[in-house]
Design a protein around this ligand. Sequence first.
Ligand code: ADP
Length: 634
Amino acid sequence: MTRTVFTSGTPGFIGSGRPPFDARTIHELVAEQAERAPHAPAVTCDGQTLTYRQLNDRANRLAGRLRTAGLAPEDVVGVLVRRSPELIVALLAVLIAGGAYLGLEPDDPPGRHELLLKDADAGLVIAEEALRDRIPAGVVAVVEGPAPERPAAEPTAPAPALPESPDGPDSPDRLAYLSYTSGSTGEPKGVGVPHRAIDRLVRGADWMEIRSGDVFFHIAPVAFDASTLEIWAPLVNGCRLVLFPPVAITLEHVARVVRAERVTVLLLTTGFFHQMVSSHPEAFAGVRHVLTGGDVASPSHVQRLLARYPDLLFTNGYGPTENTTYTTCWTSSTLTALRSVPIGRPVSGTRVAVLDGDLEPVPAGECGELYAAGAGLARGYLGRPAATAERFLPDPFGTEPGARMYRTGDLVRWLPDGTLEFVGRADDQVKVQGYRAEPRTVEVELERLAQVRHAVVLPQADPAGGTRLLGYVVPTDPQLPGSADLGQRLRHELRGRLPGYLIPWAILVRPELPVNRNGKIDRQALPTATRVPRNVANEFVAPLTPVQLRLVELWGDLLGVEPVGVDDDFFDLGGHSLLATDLLVAVQREFGVDIPAQTLYLSPTVAELATALVARMETPDTTPGTTTREERSR
Ligand code: ADP
């Protein structure tokens, strides 16, 4: 058999491992923009704008406070600030001070914050005033708020000098941020990313042209590495960054901000991108370059978008957090393939190879595992040398001493045109609401609870086209009174420890789990459930009116829960933002009325939604933030 080996000097790998310029630190590059164009707008949020000089000055002042508070080089600093100019000031300040930021999600349970801060050995957190009480005991809070009218007691002079460090204060190899991913052992792992890796993503990229007048958009959680591209690509290149305000994310609101702020480069994670194309394609009217990534892109959605906006540039970006946001990209204005949207070629500063189990390149067209090398590689998992060594291997094709390659766990194949196609995962990892999830993480967390003897968690397709988790537990004591509602109580307990996307949609209590001939749990033999009993604590109240009756049916179908009571909260029953959009589309189809998503977030019960719906049917004029069917089709 002939073997096709893609070479570009290095057998097995294609791409280039080094950008064609010397790497720099991110804060230095932002400071240069502040020098070059001090009055240019840098960050806009909810009508408030910071210029480059204001951003840089405020970040320097806060960096001074961080150093005064004892920050040493490469110390990790938690950042607990909602989307606002203060958030960007905080991130930049950590970098200027020589630290590495760790984005904490305000909506995550305090137990999760505590776990991550402890794992990262972070002794400092920058928090906004309103979130100060979320900071765990023993951690020093540095509160960041809007700048005073006149520079007050704050030090305005340059921040105190950084203590000496072996790699120098402005080394691009210094750690810039920590991003946690779920691990197969149940413990979250902190991926440590150096400045060099961000620099390779956002400067001189060969897959994205950044123009001086471009306007970027930030919406992804800072805990999630899509935010790396969203935030630093504009600020390193002197463009304006628009932040979605710190409110619940709804499609119509995002569409409105994107249009009003004239966003030109828009990154949306895959699930959200699909929904935006389906229900608010007008959002893309002024956008020049749309990027998506994080999950498998649907060819029909991409085709629909490109047919409507032929001048638009579209990128399907692929990559694990361990290789800094993007590893490969497919960029085009046309998609002819119907089978899949390719994930493209390695981005600048990156080499990739498709290898078999013996680390030999596989022939083109055959499926193999994707390995990545180059300047985008993370340093590894903080404080976990064994886990790091397992995934970051010596690069047998590398020419530099100590070169490493990252084993992605993703199965791919080379297509005849030299681009890559994503095939699937080599392990159990799944994407839930856009987040990387290892079902084992949830099993471990369940088995830590005294009431649980065994736990199994499996992924299942959900009606929004995504994946949800379904749990099975064997109780420690099956005779325990109240074991009937054990599943519901366990979900409640998990909420105190895990982020929302890892809470199983349902937990089924079984007297035992089926085993196969080898004595292992037979996961295939577990009963699947598409409907589960109502799993909320409030009392059941039956629907009465025809509108309530129909809404209860729609909720039941989408959430897979029965019976649904009129006082039940959509989000308590397992609803999330993607399902909320589907519900409102179904309501529109059924009743001919558009309900803004904000209404569902503010009035999340069947009874409240029915009242809002009836009011809209009686007075069909538009309220702010509401789009009619006619407006949408324009
Ligand atoms: P992100 O979601 O920012 O891409 P994560 O580290 O959370 O980064 O998830 C990485 C994983 O997501 C990849 O290993 C792959 O399984 C999946 N993934 C990312 N982008 C794509 C894509 N464009 N197509 C298919 N799968 C993708």
